[in-house]
Design a protein around this ligand. Sequence first.
Ligand code: PEP
Ligand code: MG
Length: 315
Amino acid sequence: HRERLAAAPTGPGRTADGYPVPLLANVGSGADARLAVEFGAEGVGLFRTEFLFLDRHSAPTVAEQTDVYAEVFRILGDRPVTVRTLDAGSDKPLPFLNLPAEENPALGVRGLRLRGVDEQALLDQLTAIAAAAAETGTPVAVMAPMVATAEEANYFAAHATAAGLENRGIMIEIPAAALCSDRLGAEVEFFSIGTNDLSQYLFGADRMSAALAALHDPWQPALAAAIATVVAGAEPHGVKVGVCGESASDPEFACVLVGLGVQSLSMAPRSLIAVRARLAQVTLDRCRVAAASVLAARTAHDARQAACSALGLNA
Ligand code: PEP
Ligand code: MG
């Protein structure tokens, strides 16, 4: 195992024929950020800020937030960092926000919907992110979770700009956003597809339910179809598309994502090695054939087999 790691490719992500695929890390703390650097991440594609404040009972001040964001930015240095604004609610309650108790929190006030109950928390966070970016010089992008409509995307982009943040994106994790990506694309610079929640809402299957694992399988053809729709909607606007859900850490599915037109992949730092190695073994052409075969497959099982054979790998 150790030898295989030593022989594994390092450096930026690319296919065998040299097509660059930036490999980024998902982080939620300074410790994660150090791991990201250790595993050769080219940047951070998803900085989950809610984890910094899970035990807070009073709102963190702008100054306190600026300090914690700057700490993570400094670790990344001049590598780009995409910060996600608070994705509280559902599986991630934040005590200081006083979110309403809800029957179905996954379908309730979470992510950007926070603006309806505590807009100031969102605005303070944008101010702090901009201040930390200015203090460290790290190239920072900002994105909102749980965006469903063009109006919400427009709202977020306008407030990010007002805070001085020019590189603005939204997560695509609700089917409505995927279906209308051609309109949402007019509002922002990039999309980041969150396949964990996109699967949850596409299949109507709670992401925490082990009993429903088969529906969360990234090889389900409907997930690839949704991603293809997002890429097609983004293209005319020149909007960049990345994936930051767990599916990007499946080395063979990562190749399919590249074949679907996804331009960067963000994952847990420890997953970077296997994905980097797999991409280095396949050409962009083979990735595209694999993607087409997944879109045409009848089942998740068939999709995986067809993709692996298109990639020249044993399934
Ligand atoms: C996702 O939903 O795929 C995602 C990356 O965000 P989170 O897992 O934090 O909801
Ligand atoms: Mg999510």
